[in-house]
Design a protein around this ligand. Structure first.
Ligand code: ADP
Ligand code: MG
Length: 441
């Protein structure tokens, strides 16, 4: 009998011919390492449960038949999780890093860089893309801003369009869902609205936390969810936090969002960040060496979303200087410019605060600084004043000036009020915390 590794290498040549897409091959098959033969079974080690499930449910027959082609014998297969990698596997893993994917401005699995921070979310997303409605329903991806949640959702959708073109997909942000619903109610055509969201095979709702506390949207979404779920249609959701931590989210939704699989994405560790930068440079056709990419990662500490803008600026400067390849000098120059702009952005002014508060509370900026005393406006005004006190260096009197000439004691009263809401009203507390975070980031 051939050594196990040789059998597997040959079997893989058959598998790659038969499998639906290269990314499936890379993720599920390359992720498996055969390590022993016992009682007519070949044992494979994989690193995640998802990989094990996918092999067992989707690829076992293909693997068994491919091994049969190579050896002329029918082996069974056993998949185990977390066996140590041998040299061969390590080598393969390195190769995986070097696989070149088609440059695409779209968000796909091919241009999603996988690292330990997002490995599970990536695997679950791919599993859903291959078998929508099958096992992981709903798929709930959560994590901080700019970590690739929306990217993964689009990747699933693109994959489905390519591989299961008959399936109808619907992609919406929770905000759009809410707006469309309100409009449908106003225009009395809720039927069309329902039709749109219930006659789909895969529904993607981005940033689902947005609907929390909006009672009729929650109600409508609950019904949509049930209709889709009951007919085995796939639902994919993203959020900035796990369902149970979304403040004011209706309990029945918290429960439903946890029925399938929940996976979080963590901020990328160093290697992944470098990988993402490389990928983005490639997507934007920027000629830059790995060395310079590493230089960037080491010298500027910004999040993934900002990195993309940074690269665009870098590329523009480099082109102006007619560089064939982006140089370190240009990187230094753009970093210095970029950082000073960021510092400027960081200075919080009453105007910025009022605009952020108005947006979050959905009121007019002008109303906040007006003298109107209706309840909807008083709280946003008090919150604005509170944030001015906490996030700027301005005195009570100066702050008062911004809010239609209020005196010292009125401003102080507003600050005290918000401080007490922070203890008694979780909704306001959350809003204030969100605003503080957004404004100081
Ligand atoms: P989120 O929805 O989590 O806030 P996005 O999906 O919008 O984040 O990602 C922000 C940007 O960062 C996008 O350009 C996305 O392509 C990129 N990005 C984030 N993570 C990755 C990754 N692992 N591989 C490639 N690009 C990534
Ligand atoms: Mg997003």
């Amino acid at each position: 009998m051939l050594p196990l590794n040789d059998i597997w290498k040959k079997a893989c040549e058959y598998i790659i011919e038969e499998i639906s897409s290269p990314v499936s091959y890379r993720t599920w098959i390359e992720g498996a390492t055969p390590y022993k033969v016992k009682n007519g079974n070949i044992y494979f080690a994989v690193s995640t449960t998802v990989n094990k499930n996918m092999i067992e449910s989707r690829y076992s027959e293909l693997i068994i038949n491919s091994i049969l082609e190579v050896t002329g014998e029918k082996y069974g297969i056993e998949v185990t999780i977390g066996e140590e990698m041998d040299d061969e596997a390590e080598e393969k893993n390195e190769k995986k890093e070097n696989v070149t994917s088609k440059a695409s401005s779209k968000y796909t699995f091919d241009n999603f860089v996988v690292g330990s921070s997002n490995q599970f979310a990536h695997a679950a997303a791919l599993a859903v893309a291959e078998t929508p409605g099958y096992g992981y329903n709903p798929l709930f991806i959560y994590g901080g801003s700019g970590l690739g949640k929306t990217h993964l959702m689009h990747a699933i959708e693109n994959f489905i369009h390519e591989n299961s073109p008959k399936l109808k997909t619907t992609f919406v942000t929770a905000e759009t869902f809410t707006i469309e619903m309100v409009e449908a109610v106003q225009k009395k055509n809720t039927e069309a609205f329902r039709e749109k969201y219930r006659k789909t095979d895969v529904l993607f709702v981005d940033d689902i936390h947005f609907i929390a506390g909006k009672v009729s949207t929650e109600e409508e979404f609950h019904n949509t969810f049930n209709a889709l779920f009951d007919s085995d249609k796939q639902i994919v959701l993203t959020s900035d936090r796990p369902p149970e931590e979304i403040q004011n989210l209706a309990e029945r939704l918290v429960t439903r969002f946890s029925w399938g699989v929940k996976c979080d994405i963590q901020p990328p560790e160093y290697e992944t960040k470098v990988g993402i930068l490389k990928q983005k440079a490639k997507d934007q056709n920027i000629n830059i060496s790995t060395e310079t990419i590493i230089y960037i990662s080491d010298n500027i500490n910004i999040n993934v979303r900002e990195l993309e803008g940074f690269l665009t600026t870098l590329s523009a400067y480099s082109k102006v200087k007619r560089e064939e390849e982006v140089t370190k000098e240009t990187v230094d120059y753009v970093i210095s410019k970029y950082i000073s702009v960021k510092e400027e952005e960081k200075t919080v002014t009453p105007k910025i605060i009022i605009s952020a508060v108005a947006k979050l509370f959905r009121v007019n900026e002008d109303d906040i600084t007006s003298k109107r005393k209706t309840k909807e406006i008083v709280i946003p005004r008090q919150v604005s004043i509170y944030l001015c006190k906490n996030l700027t260096e301005l005195s009570f009197n100066k702050i008062g000036d911004y809010f239609g000439g209020k005196d010292h004691s009125t401003v102080m009263h507003a600050v005290k009020k918000v401080e007490s809401y922070m203890e008694t009203d979780p909704e306001i507390k959350e809003k204030v915390q969100t605003l503080t975070k957004d404004l100081t980031n």
